[in-house]
Design a binder for this molecule. Structure first.
Ligand code: AGP
Length: 608
């Protein structure tokens, strides 16, 4: 996820672009840059780090010109650096491009262009775009952008300028957001509305595979055949703050709703019908996998809970023994690590001190380490040879939501990859599991459509001071995450217990009216779970269950049920965690808590 802006007008472009980018920093902040046309050439200024660094650089290198593009980056391909920062240009610097999205076939395109003599300077997927436009350019920028776009697979919102057509800006979108702002004699593009609001409230929304051409005379929206499309102007009435959060009141709500897309993006090019499961550029041979005698998954907090699901998935599907550990415990318990150990580190931020220490410990003892992180260029990603990124985009709310579900997706991908290589599942079993995984984004959307049931439950129960979460198998793993979310954002005390463990002590705390959230998505365990639910209801507990659609037996023994779409047991956590995230969110809202910045917590825990 990155932010792009573009401007055509009479004011100095660089100031307008900078101001627009400042409203998009929530989309990425590891590097930034602008390109502005000055008479007959393009000047590009870009650098690693926050927008403030770019502002500083522009003070000493002021840019003239009224047409330009800008970018704030959330690195995906290539670490955050001056070279990898956008805009990217063709060799003679006559074409510059900013891009938000991922070009899936960039390696193929890069190789084709290299064979034609094109040279590449960055590690980004984006750099193929200006080079392709250059390849097709024959005096008409719109034609060249359209031809280049027809070669791109993946997602993109792009802004393009060309010094040979100095008054013009061309933009296009597919599967990445892009809006067009229409001011008085000035026109804009942006990834999101807040970047425009200081200049105009009149916008066009673009659809996939549409193109925009703007110059001093106005804006045209074109289809793929260059036919003009007439579109009604939308007048924005929200304030800038709400718009930055995509119309949601909080980042946490926005991020919960971004999960279907985050799940889809994280599966991209790894889980595909009819193709083997792949782990990006990680080379792990069958022999190396057969040689692994134990996997440790080490992480903290929510990432640890994703690791618990990872253990179930890897042991079930690939039959390799897995131990999951919280990082702060792992390093001090003298774990048995050798060259046959594989360690999987999970960290959204890639900067958590305890997780990093565990990584270093394992590396020093000769283990191979795979890092699962959401932040390209983070310390974890730099200190391991093998990295699998979760493509969740920046997570701003302290409570992790979309990072968790994408961590689950990576855990499933690893489990399937191991199973495929070890032969613990047949080809058709793997194909079925992949097909099921590919349905998860749509099913996650369906769960979000039932948000009101959770909201209603929250509004009736937010005054509780203690709650329990119970579940068996993977429902227990999800219960732990649900309980953590509730504590973090609503400050309600809660505990997660394995359903069968309750009667060994904690059941003493159940009394009339105690709220218990019970998971019952695991088909083989539903009967056992029903017995555990009855143990608490007979003692007066009020139970909200989460179960798979059609599971009527649960409904009969609880006060309310949230159904999630039917799914193979092992993937249920991706869907069942969503109501629990929403529950924590709505309980916190009703209590008036600061959900995005809960007390005493930090997004990245860099101390031991
Ligand atoms: C999650 O909601 C928490 N904020 C916290 O538990 C977090 O998951 C933990 O601190 C680990 O962070 P990391 O994934 O960045 O390493």
């Amino acid at each position: 996820m990155c932010g792009i802006v573009g401007f055509v007008g009479i004011d100095k472009a660089s100031s307008v672009l900078l101001e627009g980018l400042s409203k998009l920093e929530y989309r990425g902040y590891d590097s930034a840059g602008v390109a502005v046309i000055d008479k007959d050439h393009i000047n590009v200024i870009k650098c690693k780090g926050r927008l403030a660094n770019l502002e500083k650089k522009l003070e000493s290198h002021p840019l003239n010109g009224c047409v330009g593009i800008g970018h704030t980056r959330w690195a995906t391909h290539g670490e955050p650096s001056d070279i990898n920062a956008h805009p990217h240009s063709n060799a003679d610097g006559t074409i510059s491009v900013v891009h938000n999205g991922i070009i899936e076939n960039y390696v193929e395109l890069r190789n084709e262009l290299k064979a034609k003599g094109y040279k590449f300077v960055s590690e980004t997927d984006t750099e193929v775009i200006p080079q392709l436009i250059d390849y097709f350019y024959d005096g008409d920028l719109v034609d060249a952008v359209m031809k280049a776009a027809s070669k791109l697979q993946g997602s993109y919102a792009i802004g393009v300028i060309c010094s040979k057509e100095p008054g013009k800006l061309v933009a296009a979108r597919k599967d990445s957001p892009l809006v067009v702002g229409v001011g008085k004699g000035e026109y804009f593009i942006a990834s999101d509305i807040p970047a425009l609001l200081n200049h105009t409230r009149d916008v066009y929304f673009l659809n996939d595979n549409e193109f925009v051409v703007m110059d001093n005379s106005g804006v045209k929206i074109l289809d793929e055949n260059k036919k003009e499309i007439k579109r009604d102007i939308y007048h924005v009435t929200w304030n800038a703050n709400a718009a930055e959060k995509g119309g949601y009141d909080h980042f946490m709500a926005k991020e919960i709703h971004e999960q279907p897309k985050a799940i889809k993006d994280t599966m991209t090019s790894r889980i595909m019908k009819g193709k083997p499961v792949t782990l990006d550029n990680i080379s792990l041979t069958k022999e190396q996998i057969d040689n692994i005698d134990k996997i440790y998954i080490v992480a903290c907090g929510t990432a640890y809970h994703a690791g618990v699901v990872g253990k179930y998935a890897i042991e079930k599907l690939a039959r390799i023994p897995v131990e999951v550990d919280v990082a702060s415990e792992f390093r001090y318990r003298e774990p048995i690590i050798n060259k046959k150990t594989l360690m999987i580190i999970i960290s959204q931020s890639g900067e958590t001190a305890d997780t990093l220490a565990a990584l270093r410990e394992a590396k020093a003892k000769g283990a191979r380490v795979i890092a699962v992180t959401n932040v390209v260029g983070s310390t974890v990603s730099r200190e391991t040879d093998d990295v699998l990124y979760t493509w969740a985009g920046p997570e701003i709310a302290v409570a992790s939501t979309k990072a968790y579900v994408t961590q689950l997706i990576v855990m499933y991908t690893l489990a399937l990859f191991f199973a495929q290589n070890k032969g613990t599942l047949s080809d058709s079993e793997i194909e079925n599991l992949k097909a099921e995984m590919l349905t998860l984004p749509e099913k996650a959307e369906q769960v979000l459509e039932n948000e009101d049931v959770v909201k209603d439950f929250a509004s009736k129960n937010y005054a509780e001071s203690d709650m329990f979460y119970i579940g068996r198998g993977l429902d227990y793993a999800v219960a732990m995450e649900g309980s953590l979310k509730l504590k973090e954002v609503s400050y309600i005390h809660s505990e997660a217990y394995a359903g069968g463990e309750l009667k060994h002590g904690p059941i003493a705390l159940i009394e009339k009216g105690t709220v218990v959230i019970a998971g019952a998505t695991q088909q083989k365990l539903v009967e056992k779970m029903i017995s555990n639910i009855k143990e608490v209801t007979t003692r007066g507990a009020k139970v909200l269950a989460f179960a798979l659609e059609g599971s009527k037996e649960v409904k009969d023994v609880v006060d309310s049920v949230i159904y999630v779409p039917k799914v193979i047991d092992v993937f249920a956590p991706v869907l069942s965690v969503i109501p629990l995230q929403l529950l924590a969110y709505y309980m916190a809202i009703k209590k008036g808590c600061d959900v995005d910045k809960p007390r005493n917590l930090a997004k990245s825990v860099t101390v031991e």
